[in-house]
Design a protein around this ligand. Structure first.
Ligand code: 13P
Length: 258
């Protein structure tokens, strides 16, 4: 299937950065720069919970969509410090990052909780961006494909084909996150193609062909075009470079060029 028929998505993952005042300024700067991507590339800013309402207000009427960085799997209840899918939907949030390696590494996130969060997000009408990726040690031991296959199977467990089509997969090799070490375009393409093959095995080719697969891990203004030119890389999940309007826009424009 032609890549052009899939939705290209460039998403910033701000992580734990920006106060509300800073968020407003950054989004005001990004908005006009990326306006030309409308109808071609989906542009998303995934921001800290405390910035969501501000971000929704600042981007209202623009083509910049807003996402959260996590969501809990329960509807409500005794889960101190957590945020439910309904709370995000009420704000008008459309996307949510789930299973980021920082959550897996620092906050005990497992494939099981990633799966539960993904199901809860979809049931509430949110579009999950599910992150998968191997550790450096796992790549060195030549088990990248086993690791990714396991994550895809477990993280998406019980999802229908329709739900998977509403799910974005972000391939983020853990060794490339925030390290300045980017996977080469060929390495990234190889794993993104492998993810699509797994989806075809678990569902069918048409479903696999419809899913947007992003690359993330030190994607920046200098390397985005080469990564995004690959046939199975449909977008990017961008950390550091999403905090600078000009750099983020350069990546969006690279996606617009295809
Ligand atoms: P960096 O772009 O800072 O490497 O972060 C990538 C990432 O973790 C996006 O979710």
């Amino acid at each position: 299937m032609n890549k052009a028929t899939r939705k290209a998505i460039i998403a910033g993952n701000w992580k734990m950065n920006n106060t509300r005042v800073e968020a407003k300024a950054l989004l005001e700067a990004i908005k006009p720069l990326v306006a030309n991507a409308e109808g071609n590339v989906e542009v998303i800013a995934c921001v800290p919970f405390t910035n969501l309402e501000t971000a929704m207000n600042v981007t209202a009427g623009s083509n910049v969509k807003i996402g959260a960085e996590n969501v809990h799997f329960a509807k409500s209840g005794a889960y101190t410090g957590e945020i439910s899918a309904d709370m995000l939907v009420e704000l008008g949030v459309e996307y949510v990052v789930i299973g980021h390696s920082e959550r897996r590494q620092y906050f005990g996130e497992t494939d099981e909780t990633v799966n539960k969060r993904t199901v809860a997000a979809l049931e509430a009408g949110l579009k999950p961006i599910v992150c998968v990726g191997e550790l450096k040690w796992e790549r060195e031991c030549n088990i990248t494909e086993e690791v990714i296959a396991r994550q895809i199977k477990l993280d998406l467990w019980s999802l229908t084909a329709e739900q998977v089509k509403n799910t974005v997969i972000a391939y983020e090799p853990v060794w490339a996150i925030g390290t300045g070490l980017t996977a080469t375009p060929d390495q990234a393409e190889e794993v993104c193609a492998f993810i699509r093959a797994q989806l075809a095995k678990l569902y069918d080719q048409a479903t696999a062909d419809a899913v947007t697969i992003q690359y993330g891990g030190s994607m920046n203004a200098a390397n985005a075009a080469e990564l995004l030119a690959k046939p199975n890389i449909d977008g990017g999940l961008i950390g550091g470079a999403s905090l600078k309007a000009a750099d983020f826009n350069t990546i969006v424009q690279a996606a617009v060029q295809g």
